[in-house]
Design a binder for this molecule. Structure first.
Ligand code: HEM
Length: 432
């Protein structure tokens, strides 16, 4: 097996996805764009990665599976839902779908969400304080008779991912969409189950769980859409339900949004707004533990908050790669031929450590200058939720560190499965 193929195989192992950076460096020594057998290109250079995400001659072909079958077809439901969403759709369909939601997430609208996010953060910090109190008592660890509280890991120890990091983004995205509070508890597990669909390696049992989760979410959103059509509210589900009403959605007609596209959109927004931002919060806290001086500076305002978050996004990008495929013959990526059928894996997490762009690339330095990390992608698919994710993290992180000045790690963290999404499954902390 050639070296590049061995690197790709290494990345797909559990150890490789837990720590892909040595493998990225090995790939980089061979070149910023590396053919890895079977029509795969590994892209680890910043410049090449950025150009590729912006180049309209490259697209996301998996879309066609979604278009061909639609959510009523015979393939795996979770895959069909994601394939039919704007994430895996090329223009012109992508342009139409994105224009229907872009105004909800526009950078100018996001600052207005600050009070809502700050209130959600305060509530969660209060809950953490309450649960830490319970965690210290002899009968701690239960919500009631026989019901273990998954946030409480042991005396005085909470799982930050469970108690805070996953709750904040879920509550914010649900608020924007108009999902009632009493329904939200179901969504974290469903959304997590679905994320396997985004990974290259998909264990069969996880694919079945993703399909079951997709079915439940589609049922839920069909029902919510019907309720919102009968009684519209000032929320995203009502707005899209109205846009989709009475339309066929077929390409080349006036239809704005088909019913299937609308349901795919709801599922995509829920999934993409949740796991990634939860990972950003967890990765930020873990890095603050490793860099206590910088963290202390976040408490007293001497560390630049945006510089800190950019370093988290650079070094521990919650989305490690995006895939692109040539749409015509005769293309290349950084001089490496990319015939039709090639899949270029654009490793954002590797580009963010490219020594041609960043001095001391593996070092955490909130004061560094240099290009923006590629954590949110680029071009037509640039992350719709980037301003929202940044705002959530920039409110949550200082509030957390100020509220619990003695917050510290309390045991071995566990990484979540997968190469694409980089974050923690469990991040045990003690508050005092
Ligand atoms: C797309 C990262 C938070 C919604 C993307 C892409 C990346 C990304 C890299 C581009 C994928 C590609 O080019 O193939 C992140 C990270 C986040 C985050 C790191 C948090 C730190 C959010 C949030 C939302 C969101 C809060 C809110 C709804 C989306 C959507 C797309 C997207 C809808 C697809 C856009 C398109 O294809 O046009 N995200 N995201 N993301 N993100 Fe995010």
């Amino acid at each position: 097996m050639d070296t590049a193929t061995a690197i790709l195989e290494g990345l797909l192992t559990e150890e490789g996805s837990a720590d892909p950076f040595p493998l990225f460096e090995r790939a980089r020594t061979l070149g910023p764009v590396l053919p890895a057998g079977d029509g795969v290109l590994l892209v680890t250079g910043y410049e090449e990665a950025e150009r590729l995400t912006r180049d309209r001659a490259f697209g996301i072909r998996r879309t066609e599976a979604g278009e061909a079958t639609g959510p009523g077809g015979t393939e795996h439901l979770a895959q069909r839902i994601i394939s039919a969403s704007l994430l895996e759709t090329d223009p012109p369909r992508h342009t139409r779908l994105r224009s229907l939601v872009s105004s909800f997430f526009a950078a100018r609208r996001i600052p207005a969400l600050e009070p809502l996010i700050a209130a959600a953060v305060d509530d969660l910090l209060d809950e953490m304080a309450g649960q830490a109190g319970q965690a210290g008592t002899p009968d701690s660890g239960t919500l009631g008779p026989g019901a273990p509280d998954p946030s409480i890991l042991g005396p005085g120890t909470l799982d930050f991912m469970e108690v805070f990091a996953s709750r904040l983004p879920m509550s914010v995205i649900c608020e924007l969409m108009g999902v009632p509070k009493e329904d939200r508890h179901r969504f974290r597990a469903l959304s997590s189950a679905l994320t396997v669909t985004l990974e290259i390696a998909q264990p069969p049992e996880a694919v079945l769980a993703a399909d079951a989760a997709a079915a439940e979410l589609v049922d839920y959103f069909s029902d919510l859409t019907a309720r919102r059509r009968a009684d519209p509210q000032d929320d995203l589900v009502s707005a899209l339900a109205t846009a989709a009403e009475g339309t066929g959605g077929a390409e080349g007609t006036d239809a704005r949004l088909s019913e299937d596209e609308m349901l795919s959109m709801f599922v995509l927004l829920l999934v993409s707004g949740f796991e990634t931002t939860a990972s950003l919060l967890g990765n930020a806290l873990a890095l603050s533990f490793q860099h206590p001086l910088a963290a202390a500076g976040l408490r007293d305002g001497t560390t630049p908050l945006l510089g800190f978050l950019d370093e988290v996004l650079r070094l521990e990008a919650p989305v490690q790669y995006a895939a692109r495929m040539p749409l015509t013959e005769g293309l290349d990526v950084g001089g490496v031929p990319a015939p039709l059928g090639t899949v270029a894996l654009v490793f954002l997490g590797a580009a963010n450590r490219d020594p041609r762009q960043y001095d001391r690339p593996a070092e955490f330095d909130p004061l560094r200058t240099g290009p923006q990390p590629l954590a949110f992608g680029g071009g037509a698919h640039f992350c719709l939720g980037a301003p929202l994710a940044r705002l959530e993290a920039s409110i949550a992180l200082p509030a957390l560190l100020k509220r619990f000045p003695r917050l510290r790690p309390a045991g071995e963290p566990a990484r979540r499965y997968g190469l694409m999404l980089r974050g923690y499954e469990k991040l045990p902390v003690a508050l005092g």
